[in-house]
Design a protein around this ligand. Structure first.
Ligand code: GMT
Length: 375
């Protein structure tokens, strides 16, 4: 099929999933057209089956807000016609599903009928989309998609609870290329980060309030009092400075490394012993899955879709949001000796295998088939 993928090109999980999906579909013989405002971060190599079309929004002084949705829907119309695209797959409801719907309507005027699949990723439903300013438009664009998918059963429940939805929602979980992680050829430079006797604890996120990074620091503070360890915080975001100040106030700034954004998380995870994800909300937790695929056990909150990913007592442990004492105790249980750590490492990897690309991407292909039969 010729598929247009609309996504955010940033480090966020929705953009990463959309990009990895496009790459996997291209490998399976589909022709993929990424349509967004910048080349997606994980799309390093363009290939015969992968194309990128940039949406540009020229600045015009009259506009207080530049109309991105308008430019995106016009670009979609032009690209669908030029490349004879069969289907649009939009990731993240705001504003992509809305722009996709407008493109569909404009194309229908020219007797071109194209199906649209919308994938809901999380904050488009639980945080932003639920705001009264956006809710009618989000409800409308979900109801007018040909097929809707969500990345977890929990996100499906949230969507049905928060919005007036008349559509079936298909759960298609996040996925990872299991071969890419735990790769014996990865250049695993552990000694750059810590000494031999130290455990390495990692957190990766966009350092927003929803991720509760201060809880990460609280948990780590308790761990480092018992076991020599280092904390690596990967990512950039608005809470970063406050977190740096918190580390300084606790006197642990020399044990916490803020590494900034990275497009090579597999290289960081390969030398990590434990992953912390104590989020307030998390529709799936792709970062936790990437850790597990790298044989890194996960201490997480039990919110949203996390219990569908992290198996309590197997790939790590889950606790109530904010229960940093319990999270630290469970972390110590995993880290206390090499036997316990290697058992959890093995189990984390095993629990990740069911989310391998080859098991999940065919579910999207089935969704495309279903959507195509609807127009
Ligand atoms: O919160 C993030 O890490 C970014 C966010 C996004 O919109 O890109 O991630 C959401 O989508 C990911 C991919 O489906 C999910 O794995 C994340 O759990 C989800 N984030 C939240 O629900 C907070």
């Amino acid at each position: 099929m010729k598929i247009a993928i609309v996504c955010y090109p940033t480090f966020g999980g929705s953009g990463v999933v959309a990009t990895e999906l496009g790459i996997a579909l291209a490998e399976r013989g589909h022709e993929i057209h990424f349509i967004t405002y910048k080349q997606p971060v994980r799309l390093e190599l363009l290939s015969r089956n992968i194309h990128f079309h940039e949406v540009s929004v020229p600045d015009y002084a009259l506009f207080h807000y530049q109309p991105y949705e308008l430019a995106l829907s016009s670009k979609l119309v032009d690209m669908v016609k030029l490349h004879k695209i069969d289907l649009m797959h939009v990731h993240y409801a705001i504003p992509h599903a809305y722009a996709g719907y407008m493109a569909k309507k404009m194309l229908a005027e020219e007797n071109i009928f194209i199906p649209m699949v919308t994938t809901l990723h999380g904050t488009d439903i639980t945080l932003v989309g639920n705001h009264p300013f956006y809710k009618p438009a989000v409800t409308f664009s979900i109801n007018n998609s040909d097929v809707v998918t969500s990345v977890s059963a929990s996100l499906k429940e949230d969507t049905l609870r928060l919005f007036d939805i008349r559509k079936d929602i298909h759960v298609v979980p996040n996925f990872i290329d299991i071969e890419k992680y735990n790769n014996p050829y990865t250049d695993c430079q552990r000694d750059l980060m810590a000494t031999k006797d130290e455990r390495i604890i990692t957190h990766i996120s966009n350092i927003r309030a929803v991720k509760r990074v201060p809880d990460v620091i609280e948990i780590f503070d308790r761990i480092q009092k018992e076991i020599p360890s280092k904390l690596l915080i990967v990512g950039e975001g608005p809470e970063k400075e406050a977190c740096e100040r918190l580390c300084a106030s606790k006197g642990i700034q020399n044990k916490v490394l803020f590494l900034g954004n990275s497009s090579e998380v597999d290289k960081i995870l390969c030398f990590s012993d434990l992953f912390l994800l104590p989020s307030e909300k998390e529709s799936f937790g792709l970062a936790a899955l990437e850790a597990m695929a790298s044989s890194v056990p996960v201490i997480s909150s039990n919110t949203g879709g996390l219990p569908e990913v992290n198996q309590h007592g197997v790939s790590g442990f889950l606790s109530e949001v904010g229960n940093v004492d319990e999270m630290a105790q469970n972390a110590l249980l995993i880290l206390k000796d090499d036997t316990s750590l290697s058992t959890f490492k093995r189990q984390a990897r095993e629990a990740a295998i069911k989310f391998d690309t080859k098991n999940i991407v065919p579910l999207y292909e089935a969704v495309y088939e279903k959507a195509s039969n609807k127009v």
